[in-house]
Design a protein around this ligand. Structure first.
Ligand code: PGA
Length: 255
């Protein structure tokens, strides 16, 4: 069985490096028990060089990159820069970035750039709402097709797909809880889409994680009843106790 992957997306938190270091100081006490899961924390990128040697059990990731290598792109950070500062993963196409104007074409360029820089892309897809008529399947299929355009068979197995229904994310106004059924049907659909684009073998190997208000209460149900290979955790990842409780639940399901 594939090791579960649990990714913490800190978003624009915490406000100080002192708090970030304190999170890691607490985490170090909680990580010795981890054997069966891959744990990734994606802090704001300016914290990466300071946190990079904090824990052998926690891999660092970024929350975004620019698609170019170097040059006149004020304010941007390349995949290579992120990698050079300790990141090995990067979240791409998060709905909060899509809301700021990122489209599938841009995200596709970023996925290619991440792979070229040696970073594992965590590609976020997910519908805004669940409308009648099941159009949300088409929405996710379109995102996958466009964001994976030109990604080779050799590279797809390195990509992690994060299914994040926007209506279930903690920061969404009037959000509601996703059910294991909601998640399972979409994860199956994502695998079917990857299988159609690539092959059934590659679809089987591709890691698909779930994100959207994952917490200690429903992690067990979600990991055992949806086919998810792990989680992308936002809010609950800011509390090391809660986050590693979720990791522990994932580990128990890998056995
Ligand atoms: P949440 O965030 O767990 O706070 O809903 C998940 C995400 O936005 O990646």
């Amino acid at each position: 069985m594939l090791k579960k992957t649990v990714i913490g997306n800190w978003k624009m938190n915490p406000v100080t490096i002192k708090e970030a270091k304190s999170w890691f100081a607490k985490a170090v006490k909680l990580t010795p028990a981890i054997k069966q899961a891959t744990v990734v924390i994606c802090p704001p990128s300016i914290y990466l060089p300071i946190l990079k040697d904090s824990s052998k059990k926690i891999i660092l990731g970024g929350q975004n990159i620019f698609w170019g290598d170097t040059g006149a792109f004020t304010g941007e950070i390349s995949g290579e820069m992120l990698y050079g500062n300790g990141a090995r993963y990067v979240i791409l196409g998060h709905s909060e970035r899509r809301a700021l104007g990122e489209n599938n074409e841009l995200i596709n360029k970023k996925v290619k750039s991440a792979l070229a820089s040696g970073l594992v892309p965590i590609l976020c897809v997910g519908e805004l709402e669940r409308r009648e008529g099941h159009t949300y399947f088409d929405e996710v299929k379109m995102e996958l097709g466009a964001c994976l355009k030109g990604i080779s068979k050799d590279s797809i197995a390195k990509v992690i797909i994060a299914y994040e229904p926007v209506w279930a994310i903690s920061s969404t106004k009037d959000r509601r809880d996703a059910t294991p059924d909601d998640i399972r049907e979409m994860i199956m659909f994502i695998r079917k889409t990857v299988s159609d684009i690539y092959s059934p073998e590659l679809a089987h190997k591709t890691r698909v994680v779930y994100g959207g208000s994952v917490n200690t209460r429903d992690a067990n149900d979600f990991i055992n009843n949806t086919g998810a290979d792990g989680f992308l955790v936002g809010k609950a990842s800011l509390d090391p106790e809660k986050f590693f409780e979720i990791v522990k639940i994932c580990e128990a399901s890998s056995k």
